[in-house]
Design a protein. Structure first.
Length: 558
């Protein structure tokens, strides 16, 4: 396989380059080996990432002991939990593109031969994988690991409980002292948010799609096994380099089907739809929202995971992690077993080598023969309110039909204020628009809003529809990614207070109950809005970003 780093360090003309490397302690022997980038998103912005610099040391050791020369570098990562509920959340999805771009630039500039990508928070996982797809050099993804659950009044708690407790406090159902006590224990150490939220969903997907080592998704951040997985990832990338396996060999359409299957089986985050669409565009796979529905309808929901269920990632880890989920699905021939993985083996070979058996004594995973739901949890809706599609997670949800009157807000903050004032009542449909990829820009997550509704016991007594996104911790009748978005004149921009909205989950429909003539008349009156940002990263993103139905990726205009 071509060793690109030789372009940098071989020959008399590259003496200056070698001198730069020797300034960093490398010898001629080191310079004679393949160069492997070890990227991580470590920072002090979030507990998800604070430990990643320490983990990268073990990846470098794995590379070195397998005959490579590792070169560590870091990139940004936005804390979704800390950016949530204010203007900062507009930077979150934008960071996914910047993470992918920055890894790409580092690898291209220095001509690295392979890549180990370590990531912890929500956008850093897909951002790292997108860079791997784009670069198409031997690559292994490794997750930084989940946080441990906190314990409050004898029960496991996560960041989701804090956000919902804010709604309970606003409703007078929780004291300030109780809120503070919960705040003090909910996040006990390093690691990503503990339920089957976006980070743990994308970590699970990294195994199913073949970019991560089997079993690497579920061990907690501070578990010694995490260091071993990072070390083995360093060794694995050297094997991929030797045998010539690249991401394009792994990220096939069939691998994406496996990823969608896992996301539905575990009750994963709606953000998985957005990120898988984006990843598919990087590798040239034609994935559509119709593919998500096709796979969902044949996939049983078997993992009882938060936010729609009861358990956290630690609990899934204790019973066997993602490999046990996949072995359960394998029994019903629900996986494409011949897909290639970063072990150099097929998915079937990996699963056959893992000695795991399903225990009837555990409650985290239901038997594949008697699942929680017969079909998966990530449902695509279409209709006059979202002609190009919208996404809802039905895990833990009992409402399948909803009819209500619209209450329209053009900013997340305005909706949150109305909820805090107790102005949202049963049978309302909260519409939050101009928060899409272009309109926000950045397609804000709205856990503060959705958790406040759940905290006020309105989770399925109202509906919420937005062209923005939701946190993986969101639950209830919350419908996001409505496309086309308001900023480009999508029908969500035409809704007025009091319009009747009809949602039918079973029929995959979401409609505004006005005539086509009325829609056409309102469209004549609609005018585009001035962008919220006219320069900087957010403005660049808004000018280049595609629809949520395309993964909200940035594309050149030529």
């Amino acid at each position: 396989m071509e060793i690109s780093s030789r372009n940098v360090v071989e020959g008399p003309s590259r003496a200056p380059h070698r001198a730069m490397y020797k300034a960093m302690g490398l010898s001629d022997i080191d310079l004679g080996k393949p160069f492997i980038g070890v990227s991580h998103t470590g920072n002090e912005a979030t507990p998800c990432n604070i430990h990643l610099g320490r983990l990268s040391v073990h990846a470098k050791a794995g590379v070195q002991e397998s005959g490579g020369t590792p070169r560590e570098f870091s990139t940004i990562a936005v804390s979704d939990g800390i950016a949530m509920g204010h203007e900062g959340m507009k930077s979150s999805l934008v960071s996914r593109e910047i993470i992918a771009d920055s890894i790409e630039l580092m690898v291209r500039a220095h001509q690295y031969d392979g890549l180990v990508g370590i990531a912890g928070c929500d956008k850093s996982l897909p951002g790292s994988m997108m860079a791997m797809a784009r670069l198409n050099i031997p690559s292994v993804f490794v997750y930084g690991g989940t946080i441990m659950p906190g314990i409050y009044e004898g029960k496991q708690v996560t960041i989701q409980d804090i956000y919902e407790a804010v709604g309970s406090y606003d409703a007078g159902q929780l004291t300030l002292e109780a809120l503070k006590n919960l705040e003090n224990v909910a996040c006990p150490n390093a690691g990503s948010c503990g339920g089957m939220y976006t980070a743990n969903t994308m970590a699970s997907i990294s195994e199913a799609i073949g970019l991560a080592l089997p079993g690497s998704a579920s061990p907690p951040a501070e578990d010694p096994r995490r260091e071993k997985f990072v070390y083995n990832s360093g060794k694995a990338v050297m094997n991929l380099l030797e045998v010539g396996i690249r991401p394009k060999d792994i990220l096939t359409y069939e691998a994406f089907e496996n990823a969608i299957t896992i996301a539905n089986a575990i009750g994963g985050s709606t953000n998985a739809v957005l990120h898988l669409l984006a990843l598919s565009r990087e590798i040239g796979v034609n994935l559509t929202l119709e593919d998500f529905e096709k796979v969902r309808k044949r996939t049983p929901h078997i993992a009882d995971m938060r936010p729609g269920g009861f358990y956290v990632m630690l609990d899934l880890d204790k019973v066997g992690g993602v490999p046990l989920v996949m072995k359960s699905l394998q029994k019903k021939n629900l996986l494409n077993e011949n897909t290639l993985t970063v072990t150099g083996k097929t998915m079937k070979q990996n699963l056959d080598s893992i000695q795991l058996s399903f225990s009837e004594n555990q409650k985290v995973l239901k038997p594949i023969e008697s699942p929680i739901h017969d079909v998966g949890t990530l449902t695509i809706l279409r209709g006059s309110l979202a002609p190009d599609g919208a996404v809802v997670k039905v895990a833990g949800m009992h409402t399948t039909e909803f009819v209500g009157k619209a209450k329209v807000f053009d900013r997340e903050e305005d909706a949150f204020d109305a909820i805090s004032r107790r102005e949202i009542k049963e049978h309302d449909v909260v519409i939050i628009r101009y928060e899409g990829p272009k309109g926000g820009p950045g397609m804000r997550e709205m856990l503060g809003v959705t958790a406040a509704l759940v905290g006020q016991k309105l989770g399925e007594k109202v509906a919420l529809v937005t062209d923005g996104r939701f946190s993986g911790a969101t639950r209830g009748l919350m419908i996001g990614h409505a496309s086309p978005e308001a900023a480009v004149g999508g029908n969500i921009a035409l809704v007025k207070d009091g319009d009747e909205i009809r949602i039918n989950i079973a029929k995959n429909s979401i409609d505004i109950m006005i005539s086509e003539d009325e829609i056409a008349e309102r469209r004549k009156q609609w005018r585009p809005r001035k962008p919220n940002y006219e320069n900087g990263a957010l403005a660049k993103f808004a000018s280049l970003v595609t629809s949520a139905s395309e993964g909200a990726i940035t594309r050149p205009k030529w």
